[in-house]
Design a protein around this ligand. Structure first.
Ligand SMILES: Nc1ncnc2c1ncn2[C@@H]1O[C@H](COP(=O)(O)OP(=O)(O)OP(=O)(O)O)[C@@H](O)[C@H]1O
Ligand SMILES: [Mg+2]
Length: 249
């Protein structure tokens, strides 16, 4: 399963990516990719951030650039996957980092390298989770192309619903087979009804509002410290995703 997690800023993408990695890693090896410029997925696991791939300037140039303006589109990346990912049990975490002018069709060496890396990972890894930056930018970066499932995290607000609908429309063209709405921060029934009434694509599961989650920011808790209803729901979501992708062990 190659899973992309998208949605408006602050809706809970990074939180959900990390908890899903925990739940799925009980059943399969999980490879988690942080493609958000704020690069904070490691905090969810209480570990130091691995070196962002985009910062490996010399390696990228050595392997990608032939001469001025000519790039190798399939550079060797296997060792990068091993050497620049952090290991947390059955989870590996890689941080992509930011590239200047990565979109608007620009094929700079960094973009070529990151795309090659993502292509390799989609072939090599059984369970990939890509945490994206807020909004629609990730589509332009061309990183989600070989992914098969997308969760568009949606909180009960008009702005979130509008962003989710735009992501849905644009993602259909990426060739992602299954795209679901994932309501988050559901405090009461009317919150979920609001999303149901405003979203015109399938809802996979609804995640509750959970006050305990703020202790990840305030008290340094990790995804392994929280076993509340939120996590039980994440486990149910993980089961649904496993049965959808038929990689049940
Ligand atoms: N179900 C929830 N209940 C309560 N708080 C939540 C829930 N999900 C996420 N949060 C909180 O919302 C805030 C934003 O979460 P997170 O960083 O995961 O969002 P994001 O979508 O990745 O944001 P960004 O767009 O900045 O990358 C965090 O403080 C997190 O603890
Ligand atoms: Mg985030």
């Amino acid at each position: 399963m190659k899973l992309v997690i998208s949605g408006k800023g602050g809706v809970g993408k990074t939180t959900i990516a990390a908890f899903l990695a925990r739940a799925l890693s009980k059943r399969v090896n999980v490879f988690l990719i942080d493609s958000d410029p704020s690069m904070n997925l490691n905090i969810m696991f209480g570990i130091k951030r691995p070196k962002p791939i985009a910062e490996l300037k010399d390696i990228i140039r050595e392997r990608t650039v032939i001469n001025n303006g000519l790039y190798i589109m399939n550079p060797y990346v296997d060792d990068i996957i091993e050497n620049y990912s952090a290991k947390i049990g059955n989870i590996k975490l890689m941080v992509l980092g930011t590239i200047e002018k990565a979109y608007s069709g620009c094929i700079c060496p960094e973009t070529a390298f990151l795309r090659a890396l993502l292509r390799k990972l989609t072939v090599k890894e059984e369970c990939l989770i890509l945490d994206t930056e807020a909004g629609l930018e990730f589509i332009g970066r061309g990183l989600a192309e070989k992914f098969d499932v997308m969760l568009i995290v949606t909180e009960p607000s008009l702005k979130s619903v509008e962003t989710s609908k735009r992501i849905y429309e644009l993602s259909k063209d990426l060739g992602i087979k299954r795209i679901y709405c994932l309501p988050n921060k559901i405090y009461e029934e009317s919150d979920l009804n609001f999303i149901k009434n405003n979203i015109n694509f399938e809802i996979i599961h609804a995640l509750p509002y959970d006050n305990k989650l703020k202790e990840i920011d305030t008290k340094g808790l990790t995804v392994f410290d929280i076993n509340s209803k939120f996590y039980k729901d994440i486990e149910q979501l993980a089961e649904k995703l496993l049965s959808i992708s038929k990689i049940q062990l």
